[in-house]
Design a protein around this ligand. Sequence first.
Ligand code: BJW
Length: 229
Amino acid sequence: MPAYKSIVILTGAGISAESGVDTFRDKDGIWSKVDYRDVATPEGFVRDAARVHDFYNQRRRGMKGVRPNAAHTALARLEREFSGAFLLVTQNIDDLHERAGSASLVHMHGELGKALCQACEQSSPWEKDMSVLSQCPACGSIGYLRPDVVWFGEMPYQMERIGTALAQCDLFVSIGTSGNVYPAAGFVGEARFSGARTVELNLEPSDGHSSFDEAILGKATEIVPAFVE
Ligand code: BJW
């Protein structure tokens, strides 16, 4: 990518699909099986914390068997070889980007491998199952832990850092996201406003496809390595 000085990449569930991680809004996706209001809102957690813990415990256990794929690896290689400014923003709560070697990375919707304490507000690494009786490793309180993920109605992480990068980028690439969820779905507009070239890499045209300069359609493991070459 020698022509560019500053790149922002946004990824969504589609980049991890071929690693065996479920997407949300595809035909057999997560939201076809569970109601997001029950498991991905603060109100759902207040209503039935045990159910929400069960949902994320299952997904955390599922992560143990999955591996980064060629698309994750290609983005890590791009970051290593690119000499300008680079920021990878993922909506995914899996850790496949870091396991592939990405370092300049923002998990804007949080991380499945972390617990957030609602008593002391500390985030701590968390690998095992979580329950309403789990103890915070930071302050020792019992009964205040939740998965450190961003639910509907909550503020995504590091928005200021992302906004600064979008205001400076000259290439914005969106990979494997349906463009349904804000504020991520609005990043293409911010990048366009900055004068960046905007490219979508996805299995099918996303909701916001008309906002992109260019679309490359196909499987992430094929089109991402080809784009990065
Ligand atoms: C492949 C493939 C393959 C498949 N290869 N591709 C207007 C402005 C601002 C906010 C709002 C607004 N209108 C409404 C809102 C509120 C709300 C929202 O967006 N609601 C919409 C439903 C309308 N947003 C929020 O509440 C957010 N917070 C917020 O807005 O705070 C205020 C604020 C405003 C302005 C600035 C700053 C702050 C929080 C949203 C939190 C979302 N949380 C979840 C759950 C996280 C934890 C968990 O994982 O359980 O995040 S919901 C879920 O959706 C998850 C995902 O990260 C997110 C996006 O999904 P994604 O990644 O796009 O997956 P899919 O399944 O939708 O798409 C996959 C795509 O891949 C498809 O297109 C496939 O074709 C493709 N694909 N296989 C390539 N092999």
